[in-house]
Write a protein that binds this ligand. Structure first.
Ligand code: DOR
Ligand code: ZN
Length: 349
């Protein structure tokens, strides 16, 4: 059979994205807007986006940073805290401004200090969300000192997520950036209303890729990449086309200075190459036909939105790239995710 060298799919959306603010926002936004029609924008700014008014202002800043020739729809989220006002959440959702609420366990990751300390305190907000059908997006890691970092997702699923789903059976839940087979199982064990996003990098990296032969700060993100058996479970879930799994790139830019340091921060900037990486992965698994479902159809279905009408063309050439290795952000640089293989797919512009 002839090798497939092109693929046209409905324009994808990114269901988990960090756009930051200010200069960084300006620098990274065009890379997402070039390929994606919409994105669920994470609220972990400093200070975090905790109210509908803040989300409105952030949305305005995103739209102001968008080059005039581009179209892109940011889908805004609220950062859940112990003091989130259910009335504000309801109003934001009703106005069509708020697409989801994000649960960061306090201290789990970048700018999560204001996150939820005790899930019982937010039960009132979760009740409202279940009632109005607003999804809860979950960073699924416990932060207890005595839980090994590689076990934090699995422990969170057992101790927090299963009980949460039992307590709020009609709450729509997205387990974000799934990194374990326990995460895949949690999503598959639901009878509707639960989904999982998967990043391109977790489909490509296991923990050896990050740590063997030298420590690679640009492969460090949270939840951290796990052992190979987990990566294979993610590949299977994503490439199956199962409607409960869809793309969330978790593209999370940090300046190289902050990443390449004695205490380097978590986050992988993959927006420029996310779709090319996915085409490579799906081709490798003989699943190019499922790519559209994963990147363009399953997400809108979960969020009760229409898929995008226009399309993108993915093309494979004999030679890799060209892709930028870094982008400039003011005087700093942000390194672009390097998947570690010859990346011969690209989005035709
Ligand atoms: O690696 C990560 N980076 N994981 C997160 O959950 C947050 C993100 C960031 O904001 O940099
Ligand atoms: Zn994230």
């Amino acid at each position: 059979m002839n090798e497939r060298t092109s693929l046209r799919i409905a324009r994808p959306d990114d269901w988990h994205l960090h756009l930051r603010d200010g200069e960084m926002l300006k620098a990274v936004l065009p890379y997402t807007a070039r390929h994606f029609a919409r994105a669920i924008v994470m609220p972990n700014l400093s200070p975090p986006v905790t109210t509908t008014a803040m989300a409105y202002a952030y949305r305005e800043r995103i739209l102001a940073a968008l080059p005039s020739a581009m179209t892109f729809t940011p889908l805004m989220t609220l950062y859940l805290t112990d003091t989130t006002d259910a009335g504000d959440v309801r109003a934001g959702a009703k106005a069509g401004l708020i697409s989801a609420v994000k649960l960061y366990p306090a201290g789990a990751t970048t700018n999560s200090a204001h996150g939820v300390r005790d899930i019982e305190r937010v039960h009132g907000v979760l009740e409202t969300m279940a009632e109005i059908g607003l999804p809860l997006l979950v960073h699924g890691e416990v932060v207890a000192d005595d839980v090994d970092i590689f076990d934090r997702e699995a422990v969170f699923i057992d101790t927090v997520l299963f009980p949460l789903r039992e307590r709020f059976p009609s709450l729509k839940i997205v387990l974000e950036h799934v990194t374990t087979y326990q995460g895949v199982d949690f999503v598959m064990a639901a009878d509707g209303g639960t989904a999982g996003t998967i990043t391109p990098h977790h489909l490509i990296l296991n923990r050896n890729a990050m740590l063997v032969g030298g420590m690679r700060p640009h492969y460090f993100c949270l939840p951290v990449a796990k052992r190979e058996a987990h990566r294979l479970a993610l590949r299977k879930a994503a490439t199956s086309g199962d409607e409960r799994f869809f793309l969330g790139t978790d593209s999370a830019p940090h300046g190289d200075g902050a990443k390449q340091s004695a205490c380097g921060c978590a986050g992988i900037f993959n927006a420029p190459v996310a779709l090319a990486c996915l085409a490579h992965v799906f081709e490798e698994d003989g699943a190019l036909d499922a790519l559209e479902r994963f990147a363009s159809l399953n997400g809108p279905k979960f969020y009760a939105l229409e898929p995008n009408r226009d399309t993108v063309m993915l093309e494979k050439s004999a030679a890799p790239g060209p892709f930028e290795a870094q982008i400039d952000v003011g005087t700093d640089k942000v390194t672009v995710f390097d998947p570690g293989f010859r990346l011969c797919w690209r989005v035709r512009s």
